[in-house]
Design a protein around this ligand. Sequence first.
Ligand SMILES: NC(=O)c1ccc[n+]([C@@H]2O[C@H](COP(=O)([O-])OP(=O)(O)OC[C@H]3O[C@@H](n4cnc5c(N)ncnc54)[C@H](O)[C@@H]3O)[C@@H](O)[C@H]2O)c1
Length: 291
Amino acid sequence: MIHEGKVAIVTGSVQGIGLATAQRLCAEGASVVTNDIQPDLGKQAAESIRNSGGNVVYINGDISDPAIPRAIVDTALNNFDGIDYVVNNAAPPRPPATIDEVDNVGWERQFQVMILGMSMLTQYSVPEMRKRGGGSIVNLSSIHGLAAARDRLIYDTLKHGVIGFTRSTAIALGPDNIRVNALCPGIIIGERMQPILDDNPKLRDLWGSMYPLKRPGRPDEMAGVINFLLSDDASYVTGTTIVADGGGMAQLQENVGWDVHDTITNPDGSQTPMLEAIMKKSFDPSADEST
Ligand SMILES: NC(=O)c1ccc[n+]([C@@H]2O[C@H](COP(=O)([O-])OP(=O)(O)OC[C@H]3O[C@@H](n4cnc5c(N)ncnc54)[C@H](O)[C@@H]3O)[C@@H](O)[C@H]2O)c1
């Protein structure tokens, strides 16, 4: 068990990526403090982890309230014997907003959780990591931290900010042997996204066709990357960003458009993506003619 004797904090950890991360770290031997703003789910999740042999304590509260990051750190110190890892994962629901729609309340609320909460928890945890001779922090950014969507102004801006925060703190904390990295997930189907897919089966087809791996991702797949980044296997990795998106960011936009929206009908009635057909024909003029 690679995290035996280690103590981790995971925010936003009653569902989705946060829950999968808490489960994985416990399974690898870490003691984990979980935190969220959903008390019933928080207790249930902690109980279920304990029933599987994990060592976990749940603390309820909004990480944008300065008292809560302090209380999370105190919970780790009172229940376990220090802090080795922090996973800044919590994020509020992200309502669509363009520049014509945003208001200051929206900006402030999202900033307080996604940036200020992350900063406070990191700041209060670092002295404890220093006492242990080092530590590792993973901040959840997104593919929205690398590129933008038309109507996600606040989310896109702040997820870009998470990467800036990660780089800056990695530089400052490197001499203390504290590593800081960011994870940029693509579309990951957890409890929040599942009902959206259930109501819109076409969306699953669309997402399935867009990504080279031909499917959206799962929370446990993100937990695997976070587990690696926290572990000694990543001992020379800091200040970086890992993209885990089924290959989506690796491909040109025009290819996605072709793949998703345009197909041609073959003589036998089957469909071939437009791009594939064009490329095939470009390199092999004798290729089967299609209508
Ligand atoms: N799921 C995806 O497709 C995806 C893609 C890219 C990035 N991400 C990022 O990964 C992280 C986890 O995503 P997810 O889809 O698993 O999220 P989710 O919405 O399923 O879970 C987030 C959790 O954070 C909690 N939370 C919200 N505000 C909080 C606060 N102020 N204090 C404490 N807890 C709070 C929520 O109650 C929830 O349980 C987020 O930072 C998200 O932006 C997710």
